[in-house]
Design a binder for this molecule. Structure first.
Ligand SMILES: Cc1ncc(COP(=O)(O)O)c(C=O)c1O
Length: 483
């Protein structure tokens, strides 16, 4: 029980003591991360059941909090930093990024205005310029950091709507006799695009999913046809979203061909490259941005494949003044004497308060250097390719999609099998994940259940891929089918 000082913050001495204890904890955790089960083996509700129904009214000893963290919270953690985490698009945190988070929380600045933390604003300007250069993006693109790609794309779609010049910002969409708006993306676009359309009043009905070819890439001719049909019916095409690195297979939409259509039709082109865009740090991967001169906005997530801890997403736009026009309000209480000389980032988005995310981007770029980051990502891609070759060499397995990066889509299809391959592969994935050694995720392609293995973690090396292959093979051969 604490004394009179219970109403005050933890003392600097205690902070040092517990801080050291937690840094020690974090360092041991990362050292032994491979010994944890990637996916916790628990039932829904198991964590809640161990937590008190009501909050404590008097403060607790910090050691007790750390104990509870170890006993209750850790057993319910899915370990994203684990080298065997090969599901979804994994986001791993590098140590420099983790340490930057400590400083971000310690400083606790709110970068809503330049004045509320000049370093936060100016570092965001500088690091986004660095990232633009690292990715080989055009010099006239301007970057801003949001939390996630979902928010970055939402802001891009808002820009596309603002650029129409219909004054929707002032009048709203309801009851003003506006034409129906249409956004186009491929059937493989991420669900965040549809969420953006929902949020901005475009509605799901205002989104047309364009068909894709045998390699899961948007077909530009179908896009052209949909735009033509819409225009004939008085619908206003306002935004196209191309994906460079789709979520299911990492397919690359033909940005150049799509861009030519957008340029001709005067439609905003946004590129969602949340996961794969970061690979453009490697000069040989720059081809993924072919046609970038047609692009109005593009999102990449340093928290997905640049080892910056969640969250950190960067949106680049060619005309930041449109973003500002869409969102800036400047109430009296936010006015400052230097407004005309600085960037007040809250003017460029929905949120007022902003975390100091540029600090972790800065730490990570400075610590690894551009070549260092390129080297790790290159190794990830090579490791992914090694796994693909293992699958290709085994006739009981098949590759289900091209793998331009390090995401491998495959399924088990043993010769002579008469049962339902979807059920077989679903069961196989569950059994693999139950081992706790690796974590894989799935998608459906042309109605087929497909297992995805993604190599984009900072701790994932060839040995982990070899172990993954042993686990997959052994379980596949042992798993009962449904025939
Ligand atoms: C292509 C693509 N875009 C957007 C997202 C959404 O990312 P976030 O979680 O940063 O919103 C994802 C998530 O995996 C994605 O794969």
């Amino acid at each position: 029980m604490k004394g009179k000082e219970e109403y005050y913050d933890m003392s600097p001495d205690d902070f040092r003591e517990y801080g050291n204890k937690l840094i020690e904890w974090a360092s041991e955790y990362l050292k032994n991360i491979g010994s944890y089960k990637v996916l916790p083996d628990i039932e829904p509700g198991a964590i809640k059941a161990q937590l008190p129904e009501h909050p404590n009214y008097t403060g607790e000893d910090f050691n007790k909090i750390i104990d509870d963290f170890n006993k209750i919270i850790i057993p319910g953690i899915t370990h994203w930093n684990h080298p065997g985490f090969m599901a979804y698009f994994n986001s791993t945190a590098s140590v420099p990024g983790i340490l930057a988070e400590l400083l971000i929380a310690t400083l606790n600045v709110n970068g809503m205005l330049w004045k509320t933390s000049p370093s936060a604003s100016e570092l965001e300007e500088v690091t986004t310029k660095w990232l633009r250069e690292m990715l080989g993006l055009p010099k006239n693109m301007w970057g801003i950091i949001y939390d996630t790609a979902s928010m970055s794309s939402l802001h891009a779609i808002a820009c596309a709507r603002e650029k129409l010049g219909l004054d929707i910002r002032e009048k709203g969409l309801a009851g003003n006799n506006f034409p129906k708006l249409r956004l186009y993306c491929s059937e493989h676009a991420h669900s965040s695009i549809e969420k953006g359309a929902i949020t901005l009043g475009v509605g799901r009905d205002g989104v047309t999913k364009i068909g894709s070819d045998s390699q899961f890439r948007m077909i530009p001719e179908l896009l052209k046809e949909e735009i033509r049909k819409d225009k004939e019916q008085g619908v206003l095409p306002f935004c196209v979203v191309a994906t460079v690195g789709t979520t299911s297979t990492t397919s690359i939409d033909p940005v150049r061909a799509i861009g030519e259509i957008c340029r001709k039709e005067n439609i905003w082109l946004h590129v969602d490259s949340a996961h794969a865009g970061i690979t453009a740090i490697i000069p040989e991967m720059r081809y993924i941005f072919d046609g970038i001169e047609y692009v109005d906005s593009i999102v990449v997530n340093p928290h997905k494949w640049m080892f910056v801890p969640v969250d950190c997403s960067v949106l680049f736009v060619r005309e930041p003044e449109i973003l500002k026009r869409a969102f800036s309000l400047e109430p009296e209480y936010l006015k400052t004497k230097v407004d005309s000389e600085v960037i007040n980032y809250n003017d460029y988005g929905v949120q007022l308060g902003r975390r100091f995310r540029s600090l972790k981007l800065w730490f990570v770029i400075k610590y690894f250097g551009v070549d260092g980051l390129a080297g790790i990502i290159k190794r990830n891609i090579e490791t992914g390719k090694k796994f693909k070759h293992l699958i290709e060499r085994d006739s009981d397995f098949e590759i289900m999609a091209p793998a331009p990066f390090s995401t491998v889509c495959f399924r088990y299809n043993p010769s002579g099998y008469k049962g339902d391959l979807n059920i077989l592969n679903n069961n196989l994935m569950d059994a693999i994940n139950k081992t706790g050694r690796i974590l894989l995720s799935h998608t459906k392609l042309n109605g087929n259940f497909v297992i995805r293995l993604v190599v984009s973690g900072i701790r994932t090396e060839t040995e982990h891929i070899l172990e993954a292959w042993e686990i997959i093979k052994n379980i596949a051969h042992a798993i009962p089918g449904d025939q």
